[in-house]
Design a protein around this ligand. Structure first.
Ligand SMILES: Cc1cc2nc3c(=O)[nH]c(=O)nc-3n(C[C@H](O)[C@H](O)[C@H](O)COP(=O)(O)O)c2cc1C
Length: 190
């Protein structure tokens, strides 16, 4: 059981859109959480080249991936916040995960992972979440099973300034973050 007062959480966002609802949720997290989680943004998926085994063989890993792998390795947990594209994981996010999965001592192994999604649809990205969970099985991550957070339709939960104004959604996120912190502490022996 970890006794660390503050847990370091790397956030990965599946959208690069300027007015992204998912990015807005990431920005809202410090305010919603109880304060024992310290959020640090991972790199933008837009800055990661397309996975290419030839590139890996010839040049090794892009520095952005080596740095991300180190960031994940050092963190207490990873939070992935992403929209659903065509019922699945957006290509940019999948691409970044594919790169990380190739790194030595791949950092998702036994790493506590949390998933959140915001989508334009009422189901809130839940189909993406199930595909992402499947990917995380192969990476041997420890994904929190419940509670699940899927916020939608986004236009009814956020205001025009990108603030998450829906009280039940904020409370659901807060409760999930509290559970995630407990989940991390249960399995981290320091
Ligand atoms: C290529 C594409 C595919 C989409 N597929 C889905 C989908 O399968 N399910 C869904 O609920 N919304 C889907 N949407 C709508 C997104 O949920 C919506 O655009 C959302 O706001 C994107 O997240 P963001 O605001 O963080 O960029 C799709 C959007 C795009 C651009």
């Amino acid at each position: 059981m970890s006794t660390k007062l503050t847990l370091d959480i790397v956030t990965l966002c599946g959208s690069v859109r300027k007015d992204s609802f998912n990015a807005a949720l990431v920005r809202a997290l410090p305010n919603i959480s109880g304060g024992d989680l310290n959020f640090k943004d991972g790199p933008s998926v837009a800055d990661v080249p397309i996975y290419d085994n030839d590139l890996e063989t010839l040049s090794g890993f892009p520095s952005i991936i080596t740095a991300l792998a180190a960031l994940i390795r050092e963190a207490d947990g990873v939070l992935i916040v992403s929209p659903e594209y065509n019922y699945s994981v957006p290509g940019g996010l999948k691409n970044m995960l594919d790169w990380v999965s190739r790194t030595p001592n791949q950092p998702f192994a036994k790493k506590p992972v949390l998933i959140q999604s915001v989508s334009g649809g009422a189901i809130g990205g839940m189909r993406m979440q199930h595909h992402l969970r499947q990917i995380m099985v192969f990476l041997n991550a420890r994904v929190l099973a419940r509670p699940e957070i899927a916020i939608g339709p986004a236009s009814a939960k956020f205001d025009s300034m990108g603030q998450l104004i829906d009280a039940p959604a904020r409370e659901a996120v807060r409760a999930q973050l509290t559970e995630f912190a407990a989940f991390i502490r249960e399995q981290t022996p320091h």
